[in-house]
Design a binder for this molecule. Structure first.
Ligand code: SF4
Length: 401
């Protein structure tokens, strides 16, 4: 799809459906819970064969996914290339594809094939990210490419995160066009979201830099699986990074997510040394990561390493993808964990995926009055003035206007 068609689609859909929550997925299923009767999850990775890899790359080029040199890689002494972007550190032979599905080794270089090729684009309320302490009530131009570097068994967006880019249609949308469209639609931020933005780092980086120069904020919705150097390179252009802290044991990360915990904690600590606003989301999955001692240890770690003012969202799990055998998280479990988090000294602990619950709203840690009322993604009240509680003057961290 070219830019003209894209903008035409945008106007058509915006005119017919309004802005909030809109998603047009370019032939790809959108990031919503997997419907019953969905196709089977993708098969395990096959053995590498150079001829197949070369043919795949040719097919990608034919479809408009043009290889572009990646950032953060090095050559190895045996003629391969090693990706330094995320803690998977894939070492690839020519025409071999990385774990995230969107990077390939070539002779003497590493390439990305998804630069400027998002498979999902939407205009969302910023509350949907979820981000509650940055320009509440504003809209965020949101995009994702296919692929991911983790393989969470409960992924809500597995149709795009666990897909090869060539299996999905994609828009042709250069960074400047993203920024131009976001500005034209009145979006205050651009969100890199739905799949893991680390995998489309170059596209995100160029877009974020242009957006910043245009006065548009950047919100990264990430699993935090990003090495320190790329994080430091990107951070000056970011306003908010929402990090999924998916659990607090290596076992949970290994068995449920296909990753490890330690790099995520390192990312959070790295972010704490920057001015980027940090949000943390933990999806509470019954029997897998909901035990109170472990969660209390996690809350204590957050308080000790990131401070009391980080927003923490405890989100309700719904059965999906490869975890359809588990029930939704009982709301009472979420409420009990929230009480434990507040008891460790965290000041802004929210419940997610429980529309209408009082814990969707922001309360003043000083006088405990309601500051920002929310029902789902809608704001119902606002009582923050010049960054402080309108009742008692307690400073509230965030960017409010
Ligand atoms: S970004 Fe992709 S290619 Fe690079 S190390 Fe991570 S999974 Fe491997």
């Amino acid at each position: 799809m070219n830019r003209r068609q894209f903008l035409a689609d945008l106007c058509l859909v915006l005119g017919g459906a309004g802005i909030a929550g809109l998603m047009w997925p370019s032939g790809a299923p959108g990031p919503s819970p997997t419907p019953a009767g969905s196709p089977a999850p993708p098969a395990a990775a096959e053995r590498f064969d150079p001829a197949t890899g070369r043919a795949r790359l040719a097919e990608l080029e034919r479809l408009g996914f043009h290889p572009r040199e990646a950032m953060f890689w090095e050559k190895t002494s045996d003629g391969r290339v090693r990706c330094l972007l995320c803690p998977k550190f894939c070492t690839l032979r020519p025409y071999e594809r990385g774990n995230c599905r969107v990077r390939f080794g070539l002779e003497n270089r590493l390439v990305t094939v998804v630069y400027g090729r998002p498979c999902s684009v939407a205009i969302d309320p910023i509350e949907k990210k979820p981000v509650f302490h940055y320009l509440p009530g504003s809209t965020s131009f949101s995009l994702a490419t296919a692929g991911c570097l983790l393989s969470c068994r409960y992924c809500q967006n597995w149709q795009i995160s666990q897909a090869d880019p060539e299996s999905l249609e994609a828009y042709d949308l250069a960074p400047a066009q993203v920024v131009e469209t976001a500005a034209a639609q009145g979006c205050r931020t651009i969100a890199y979201t739905y799949t893991e933005p680390t995998i489309f780092y170059e596209y995100m980086f160029d877009t974020a830099r242009l957006a910043k120069a245009r006065g548009i904020g950047n919100v990264v919705v990430s699993c935090g699986y990003l090495n320190p150097e790329p994080l430091a390179h990107l951070a000056p252009f970011l306003d908010v990074m929402k990090v999924d802290l998916k659990g607090f044991t290596e076992r949970f990360y290994r068995t449920v997510c296909g990753g490890t915990l330690a790099p995520v904690l390192a990312t959070l600590q790295g972010l704490a040394r920057t001015k980027v606003l940090i949000d943390i989301v933990t999806l509470v999955v019954p029997t897998l990561n909901d035990d109170e001692p472990t969660m209390t240890a996690m809350f204590t770690w957050i308080h000790q390493h990131l401070g009391p003012d980080v927003s923490l969202f405890l989100s309700r799990f719904y059965p999906t993808f490869q975890l359809r055998n588990l029930p939704p998280t009982p709301v009472a479990t979420l409420e009990r964990l929230r009480d434990l988090a507040l008891a460790t000294g965290l000041r802004y602990v929210y419940l997610g995926n429980v529309p209408g619950h009082p814990a969707e709203s922001t309360y003043c840690p000083g006088c405990h009055k309601l500051l920002i009322g929310r029902v789902g993604y809608q704001l119902t009240e606002r009582h923050i003035s010049r960054g402080a509680c309108a009742f008692c003057g307690h400073a509230i961290p965030g960017v409010w206007e």
